[in-house]
Structures are given as C-alpha cells and as structure tokens.
Design a protein around this ligand. Structure first.
Ligand code: GLA
Length: 376
C-alpha cells in the first residue's frame, strides 16, 4: 500500500515537472547568435526575440535591422512576413534599405542641402540630385539586452559623429525593439545632440503578409488614417502642398486593395511609379501613439496595424524591387512587398510649413512605432 502511494506521489511530481517545463518553453525569450563579420572585421550578431505565442523577431545590430518576423496566419501557421537576406553580406551590399533603421534623415532632402541656424549644409547626392535616407543602415550598432516583463527587448545605440555625412552635431541614437505577448513589435527611438540638427528616423521593413517572396502584394489591403497626402515633383520631393485624398487613388481612408488603382493614369502615381508618397496622418503632431495604418491579407487572414507618434507615413509599394535574391533563395520582384515608413515628412528641413524635424542641442528626440499582428 505504502509503495503504491509513493509511486503515485512520484508520478504526480513527475507530471508537474513536465508541465512546468512545458510552461517554461512557452515563455518569451531572447537568444543571441553570430551573424558574421563586416568586411573590416567587426563581429555582428543576430538577436532572436520570441514571445509566448511563438511569434519570433530576428534583429541584427548591423543597421538596427529586422531580419525576419514570423507571425501566425488564420490557422496558426507561422510565416516570415518581411523581406531580407540570409547573410550579412546581403545587407552590406544591398541598396534597398531592407528592414533597416534609417537615418540620420529618413526619406529625401531636396538638392541634398538645407540651412539651419544660418549655416548651409551639403549632404551626399545619393538619389539623383537629392539626399535619401542617410547611412545608419550600414553601421554596426552596440547592443544591450533590456528585456523586461513586457517582453524580450534589445537596445541598439549608435553615435553619429558631428559632421558624419555632413550633418551637424554629435547625435547619440537609441533604438529599442520589444516583442510583446500581444504580438507587437514595438520600436522606441530616442536621440540627443550637442548641436542643433535635423533628424528623421524610421524602420524600412518590407512586408508581405502572405509570406516573404510569396508573390506580389497587389491584393493585400491598406487603410491609412489620413485625409491628405504630400504630392511630389519629378524627383519625388514634396511640392509643399497638403492635398486632399478625396476622389484620388490616394484615398485609403477605408481599406482598399493596393493594386486596385495603382496603375491608373494619375500624374502622382506616374511620378512615384506606383505609391511612394507621404500621407499626413490625421493624428497630427500631438506625439501620442495612435493608429496610423492597417494592412490586411484576405488569403492568410493576417492583419498588421501600425501605430505611431510620428505625423507622417510613407507607403512605398516596392516599385524599385527588381529581382533581388533574398532569404531562402526567394526572388523579390517589383511590388512583392510594401513599406509603411512612419516619419516626419520628406524634405521638412526645406519646408517651413511642414512639422519641424529640427532637434535642438540638449533636447531629447523621442518617437515610437508599433507593428501589431493579428488575424481575421
Ligand atoms: C523609400 C523611398 C523609395 C525608395 C526606397 C528604397 O521608401 O521613398 O523611393 O528609395 O526607400 O528603395
């Protein structure tokens, strides 16, 4: 009798241990692995953040880049919904800013020049006559595990020296990626400078909610909470006008398939070779976190909500993707992904009527964007 009781107790303890173990398995975590070395020998790592639902975000400190993002479809099947490269070399050689943290000034500055506090600064012309995006995406950032009960989190920091790329001020930049159990990838940006400067930071993830490399995104739907957009000139610089979207192919105030109007005979669509424009978010410049856009893939059921504190968002429909060889040997052709780049408006340093992108010496820049995944 005594022996049987002991056996039962042992069995119960055994079961509890197993279940305890399983529970621990389902907890969120962060793993670090090598992602290779840059050409000049700097080691680079990959940080794999997993939440309790099995959602996984892989982030490298090379360019502060989101390398992969695995989220469930309607039936619970995980797929990687962002474009990327298998290896560091892909990011080092790439020209499309795939998944990267973009700065010092995300998007375009006309004629690669601006004047601040009476001094004129001349930047590199890397997009025709204009400056586009800056070089943060090709730098090795310092990384620090800052996980909390909210979820696994990686803090990336980079010091952009006074005069780097000809921008003024030593700019200390911090980007924190947090993966929450609500299936959100949260990005908190902050920065300080010792001289007045301009700053515009974004993430350049290329999304395909049907899975990376799985065809074009023309049937995926987008909603943008914006009644106006900033029309562009022939070099993709905003004209300065804030134009109503009403009656135009830029009206995404209700969810519409990306491809529904993309090839219409519209002068703005022609200039962008599709959508490559900034929308003026209705949430304005309050700086509070608000829903900016939502994307939906009717086939997989995946929903992506984009929340931000920024006043603008660039919808770019991968118009320049031209057969890039990406992860798992997949080819990325034209319009195989869309980007929703939260930002200050392009060319703000030269547009006094746009929300200011100036960061004053000694002040702190702060901005948050959340990519939240669910299904429907
Ligand atoms: C941004 C720009 C596009 C293009 C991509 C990168 O989204 O607006 O015109 O340059 O970056 O290819």
């Amino acid at each position: 009798m005594k022996l049987r009781a002991a056996t039962i107790v042992i069995l119960i303890l055994f079961t509890l241990t197993i279940f305890g173990g399983l529970r621990a398995e389902a907890k969120s975590k962060m793993q670090k692995q090598s992602f290779g070395k840059t050409e000049d020998g700097q080691p680079v790592d990959l940080y794999i953040l997993t939440n309790k639902n099995g959602v996984e975000a892989a982030i490298t400190n090379y360019g502060g880049t989101v390398v992969s993002l695995k989220v469930p479809d309607r039936s619970g099947k995980l797929d990687d919904v962002v474009l990327g490269y298998d290896k560091l070399e892909g990011y080092a050689d790439g020209k499309a800013y795939i998944g990267a943290t973009v700065g010092r000034y995300a998007n375009r500055i006309a004629h690669a020049t601006f004047t601040l506090d009476g001094t004129t600064y001349t930047l590199a012309k890397n997009d025709g006559d204009n400056h586009l995006h800056g070089g943060f995406n090709k730098r090795v950032w310092s990384a620090n595990d800052v996980s909390t009960s909210v979820g696994p989190a990686i803090e990336l920091t980079y010091l952009s020296k006074d005069g780097e790329e000809n921008f003024p001020g030593n700019l200390a930049v911090k980007v924190v990626y947090t993966l929450t159990d609500q299936n959100e990838l949260r990005i908190d940006y902050s920065a300080t400078t010792d001289k007045d400067t301009v700053i515009n930071l974004t993430n350049h993830a290329y999304f395909n909610l049907a899975g990376q490399g799985n065809g074009d995104i023309l049937q995926q739907q987008i909603m943008i909470r914006a009644d106006r957009f900033t029309p562009i000139d022939a070099t993709s610089i905003p004209t300065g006008e804030l134009r109503s979207v009403k009656g135009t192919p830029f009206d995404f105030t209700s969810a519409t398939a990306i491809g529904a109007r993309i090839d219409q005979d519209d002068p703005q669509l022609k200039l962008g070779r599709g959508y490559d424009h900034n929308w003026v978010l209705n949430s304005g410049t309050t700086g509070s976190l608000a829903l900016a856009a939502e994307a939906y893939d009717p086939h997989s059921g995946r929903v992506l909500e984009v929340l931000t504190t920024e006043p603008g968002i660039q919808l770019y429909t991968g118009n320049f993707l031209d057969g890039i060889r990406g992860k798992d040997g997949k080819l990325y052709n034209r319009r195989y992904a869309f980007c929703l780049e939260t930002q200050h408006f392009p060319d703000s340093p030269n547009k006094p009527n746009f929300p200011s992108a100036v960061l004053k010496a000694g002040r702190q820049f702060q901005s948050t964007t959340v990519y939240k995944f669910s299904t429907r």
